[in-house]
Design a protein around this ligand. Structure first.
Ligand code: ASP
Length: 324
């Protein structure tokens, strides 16, 4: 186990962590990676130690995969894709195998990815038969002239591109089914995301989700929307968000953080806090973000009780966390 989770109490833990991660005296950061597995208002007491352990282990596995790829000179986009694959396949998170159910009892998954070097981006929305939506998003970016494909068209494209397709029953998990039946508010989060700065100085960000439990009418959240749930720009930062998507769309959260850095000269941490702790919190909009800037500073900022998260930098700091 890499590090503590919920051992250091309160927001101070988060601040200390950010300060360490942002220390300007340190040598140049060769790479940085940060991942999230969703934010929510689950209380510590409602997440038994055994279950915390499962989440920490999976986050650590994903982080280690990302680190080893980055150490070998891996490119940010590939690292984001491969790390998110692990989280999508895990069944623990609300993405890929563990996606939540819609009101109709189906699974409609969203994902997006963005390349900070070129501002190229790809996304899929409302898909129910693509095993790894993050790969579909990356394929849309690389192999089509569009940015976002939805529903049946996205599935058709994925099939034509020989991506791994699954029967819709693949996404059935008993836990999520029960969650729909019980309309458990606190079960609704668990989106996954990854942001990477690679050794070439390129940023990439990706996000993948099942959306919100009990969603209706083809609802699409922020996760596949570039600028809302995902954004990357080598000039500023890469961001992946999790939380109440409707607000993240209205507040254009991921791009707003980048814009505050670019136009107002704020640091990554200040920009993230302004958007999550001021703008969103004022609206009682729950959620958080993970982000890396072009210098390798890391931010993991959320206004909920917890956010599954982990980060590592080439300078040696790393950690896996769940609660504040
Ligand atoms: N942001 C996602 C959505 O609104 C859900 C989440 O992050 O939990 O679809």
């Amino acid at each position: 186990m890499l590090l503590l989770s919920g051992v250091l109490g309160g927001i101070q833990c988060q601040q200390r962590q950010s300060e360490t991660a942002n220390n300007q005296q340190e040598p140049k950061v060769d790479y940085a990676i940060v991942i999230h597995g969703g934010a929510g208002n689950t209380q510590q007491a409602d997440l038994p130690e055994e279950r915390r352990e499962q989440y920490r282990d999976k986050l650590e596995e994903a982080l280690n995969k990302g680190k080893s790829l980055l150490k070998q000179g891996g490119e940010s986009l590939d690292v984001v894709e491969q790390v998110i694959h692990i989280l999508e396949d895990a069944r623990l998170f609300n993405a890929g195998k563990g996606a939540v159910f819609t009101h109709k009892g189906t699974n409609e998954l969203d994902a997006s990815i963005m390349d900070g070097a070129t501002l190229n981006a790809g996304a899929v929305a409302g898909v129910g038969d693509i095993k790894n939506p993050i790969t579909a998003a990356k394929t849309v970016m690389e192999k089509s002239k569009h940015v976002m494909l939805a529903g049946a068209g996205a599935s058709r494209f994925a099939r034509e591109q020989n991506l791994e397709m699954v029967d819709s029953s693949y996404f059935y998990t008993e836990r999520r089914w029960k969650s729909l039946q019980e309309h458990l508010e606190r079960e609704k989060n668990g989106t996954v995301g990854c942001v990477v700065l690679d050794s070439r100085g390129n940023l990439a960000a990706g996000t993948s989700t099942g959306g919100m439990t009990n969603k209706r009418y083809g609802r699409i959240g922020d996760s596949p929307i570039i600028g809302a749930g995902t954004y990357a720009n080598n000039k500023t930062c890469g961001v992946s968000a999790t939380g109440h998507g409707e607000y993240f769309i209205r507040y254009n959260v991921a791009h707003d953080i980048s814009a505050l850095m670019q136009y107002k000269g704020l640091s990554l941490q200040k920009a993230s806090e302004k958007v999550i702790q001021e703008k969103l919190a004022r609206e009682n909009a729950n959620g958080g973000i993970i982000a890396v800037d072009h210098k390798g500073n890391v931010s993991m900022t959320f206004n909920t009780n917890m956010m599954f998260r982990a980060y590592a930098r080439s300078t040696g700091e790393e950690g896996v966390f769940i609660f504040k």
